[in-house]
Ligand binder design. Structure first.
Ligand code: CP
Length: 312
């Protein structure tokens, strides 16, 4: 098994073979969540902190379930009810939590690079659960797992990622991962939300969703991240919808067996029509289900689970 990382800070620092190891491990672990007793003793005795400075439904809950299904102890930290509100710094917060003998710290924070910063003074394994507009590596991994599950491959697929690219850590991690695995990635959005420098990641840039969708195998829609915008990036929501919402009419130009993805949360009838979000072509809830298996794999590989224990 090719995996020698201490932390998961981003997709950038992973090799293609390490990504494949995570996906293969997730495939082995996925069936645990289908058992009547959804628990194996692989990480018994390990202590994990789920440290979320930003809101989350999917990532926080699936990391918690992943840890519990591997028998680790996990403690959920919420900024609003912590001493952060009394002014405690990120560094002091981490040092104090680590003094309780943690093995891993999962962190979501508004500042890009905060997981890396922590890794410079912390001896626990650090897992990035989303840092500002920088990276969201486990989202990209679960997206890749879902694509592979449905399409049986990633290499040479045409994958369109559309929406608010500028503020999206999901887009950045996905481009990095999908390019490492040989996909063709096309980024689409209004020019203010899609700066040309994204092409340096290896993606093609297109400002026309109708054109980009043609022949696509996978269409991943992203929400507009109003919480990261301090100015208006487009004239009106109606205009945005007219040009960049995925509708049934637009989707018909994709390949016949194309799938629709979204990391959530969805703005229904803004970036995607409700009928498409709930359609048989949508794999949005499969992405959520796969998030548990992928996060189990990440915890297992970082915290030193033994391969033979998966079958126990
Ligand atoms: N996709 C994702 O990161 O969702 P949450 O913000 O709910 O964790």
């Amino acid at each position: 098994m090719a995996f020698n990382q201490k932390h998961l800070l981003g997709i950038q620092s992973l090799s293609a073979s390490e990504i494949i190891t995570i996906l293969d491990t997730a495939e082995s672990l996925a069936e645990i969540s289908l058992r009547e007793v959804k628990k194996v003793p692989i990480l018994r005795g390990k202590t994990i902190i789920n440290l979320f400075y930003e809101p989350s439904t999917r990532t926080r809950s699936s990391f918690e379930l992943a840890a519990k299904r591997l028998s680790a102890d996990i403690s959920n930290f919420r900024k609003e009810s912590s001493s952060v509100v009394k002014g405690e710094t990120l560094k002091d917060t981490i040092l104090n939590l680590e003094a309780m003998n943690t093995d891993a710290i999962i962190i979501r924070h508004a500042f890009a690079g905060s997981p890396y910063f922590i890794s410079t003074f912390c001896s626990s394994h650090i897992i990035n659960a989303g840092d500002g507009a920088h990276e969201h590596p486990t989202q990209a991994l679960l997206d890749a797992f879902t694509i592979k599950q449905r399409k049986k491959k990633i290499s040479s697929l045409k994958i369109v990622i559309a929406g608010d690219i500028l503020h999206s850590r999901v887009a950045r991690s996905n481009v990095l991962l999908l390019k490492k695995l040989g996909a063709e990635v096309v980024l689409v959005g209004p020019p203010p939300l899609l700066p040309p420098y994204f092409s340096t990641l290896g993606a093609k840039i297109d400002y026309n969703l109708d054109r980009a969708v043609k022949g696509a195998d996978v269409i991943m829609m992203l929400r507009i991240q109003l919480e990261r915008q301090d100015k208006s990036f487009f004239p009106s929501l109606r205009e945005y919808r007219n040009l960049y919402s995925l509708t049934r009419e637009r989707f018909q130009n994709a390949k016949k067996d194309a799938i629709i993805m979204h990391p959530g949360p969805i703005n229904r009838d803004v970036e995607i029509s409700t009928d498409l979000a709930d359609s048989t072509e949508s794999v949005i809830l499969q992405q959520v289900e796969n998030g548990v298996a992928v996060r189990m794999a990440v915890l297992y590989l970082l915290l030193g689970g033994k391969e033979h224990e998966i079958a126990d």
